[in-house]
Ligand binder design. Structure first.
Ligand code: PMP
Length: 455
């Protein structure tokens, strides 16, 4: 048996991570590229899982982590303070809007979202509002894969099996305003979707509703769905009217990804609690955080403290990565680069949609761009789901050395989408490279599925 065969046998016997197809063995990575063991190069057009914001192989992040490893690799957060966690909390508080300056560290996105929901619930109890326990989410949406986060996630397939164990929460439709056929303007539709939250609150009984959770710009489930400007103030108004907390899941959209520090900063949003992860450590260590205002944290601390805590919460090496990542985001002007290169990417994707008319609804902000594949883009008729067109597209791109991001959405409007979200260090020339390979993959997809091609 060859060395590769034996690795494959071990993998099959011992690992059971779900994969759709055999995957190459990764060897090394640098900047926006990864290489496999055979020497093939891949452009990381998805930043991994939309998390490698500062790019691969960043020397300053690696050195900061090495320094910390040499000093102290682990000190339990319930036994010692560590400077890295304190510095990272301060760095976040300085960059976050509207008094979101109380920070709590965890190890990932699902953990961050669960901690947000738990903090909200403890705030309700600490302020004599015990009856409030429901967190309303959106359909479709993605907030994580643990029992607590699946309860607020809108995905029929992911949640169905676990509904009896978790406790599914009420959901309102995500604002797919561009799909609606009515006489309303986009902004009027934004208000209409926000009003669905109020209707749901009244249906559930306002006294029982604790919080509303949303991704300010949709991620995995909605491929960079950007709500109309009118949506955000109306959501805040409704939350305020009924005394409901607003939780923003910025796990994917945070840390410069969309061309602002937070996705919600495009609309000067005022969430009460925010979940962060992914770009916060840019993949150099498992790390997540919640940020909340003193209005929420104060009563919880006074009532005895947050009933929470993971072994690895505030891990000094993970926090050292986070401190260095924030430093690199500033030093390299990555938020600004994301905004500027995002516009280049948008215009290139729009050109592709002219060449391949089955692509429409190019959307997003910064290097957080998505688009849809349609049978008829004018009527917005979906492609037959049996074609698995978006999954086929990501495979064709992968074979050509380009990684893009896509998930099959199950629940809510059918969406054959894909996302292009390269690291925030991406240059104009590299966007050209991405688009050339994507164009080639789309050409093959069109031929295989007999889809129309323009000039
Ligand atoms: N929230 C959002 C918006 C996400 O995109 C993700 C991950 N895709 C999560 C939560 C869960 O994060 P993790 O995979 O680190 O648990």
């Amino acid at each position: 048996m060859s060395a590769m065969q034996s690795v494959e046998t071990d993998r099959r016997q011992n690992l059971f991570h779900f994969t759709r197809r055999p995957q190459p063995m990764v060897d090394r990575a640098d900047g926006i590229y990864l290489w496999d063991k055979s020497g093939r190069r891949y452009i990381d057009g998805s930043s991994g899982a939309v998390n490698v914001n500062v790019g691969h192989g960043n020397r300053n992040v690696i050195d900061a982590m090495k320094w910390q490893l040499d000093r102290v690799s682990f000190a339990y957060i319930f036994q010692f303070e560590n400077e890295q966690a304190i510095e990272l909390a301060r760095g976040l508080a300085d960059r976050l809007p509207n008094g979101l300056d109380r920070i709590y560290f965890v190890s990932g996105g699902s953990e961050a979202v669960e901690a947000c929901v738990k903090l909200a619930r403890q705030w309700a109890v600490a302020t004599g509002q015990d009856k409030r326990w429901k967190t309303i989410g959106r359909m479709p949406s993605y907030h994580g894969i643990t029992l607590g986060t699946l309860a607020v996630t809108g995905d029929d397939v992911l949640t169905k099996t676990f509904d009896p164990v978790g406790r599914p929460m009420p959901l309102v439709p995500a604002p797919f305003v561009h799909r609606d056929h009515d006489n309303l303007s986009i902004e009027q539709r934004g208000v209409r979707y926000a009003n669905m939250l109020e209707e749901k609150i009244l249906e559930e009984g306002p006294e029982s509703v604790l919080a509303f959770i949303m991704e300010p710009i949709g991620g995995a489930a909605t491929a960079a769905l950007v709500p109309p400007d009118s949506y955000f103030p109306r959501i805040r108004e409704i939350c305020d009217r009924y005394g409901i907390l607003l939780i923003h899941d910025e796990v994917m959209t945070g840390i410069g990804r969309t061309g602002k520090f937070l996705g919600g900063d495009h609309w000067a949003c005022r969430p009460d609690i925010v979940a962060l992860s992914k770009g916060l450590s840019s993949g150099y260590a498992p790390l997540g955080a919640l940020a909340a205002t003193q209005r929420i944290v104060g009563p919880v601390v006074e009532a005895g403290g947050f009933l929470h805590g993971h072994t690895y919460g505030g891990n000094p090496v993970a926090c050292a990565a986070g401190v260095a990542v924030l430093g690199e985001v500033d030093r390299l002007g990555l938020t600004e680069n994301s905004a500027a290169m995002g516009e280049v990417l948008r215009s290139e994707l729009e050109t592709l949609s002219g060449r391949f008319p089955f692509i429409a609804d190019v959307r997003g902000k910064g290097l957080f761009m998505g688009a849809e594949l349609y049978a008829d883009p004018v009527a917005r008729t979906p492609l037959p789901q049996s074609l698995n067109a978006n999954l086929r597209l990501i495979d064709l791109a992968f074979e050509r050395g380009l990684i893009i991001y896509s998930r099959r959405v199950r629940g809510g409007p059918v969406s054959d989408n894909f996302m292009v979200c390269p690291p925030l260090i991406t240059t104009r020339e590299q966007i050209g490279e991405i688009i050339a390979v994507l164009g080639d993959a789309l050409e093959t997809l069109a031929a295989e599925l007999d889809l129309p091609v323009g000039r």
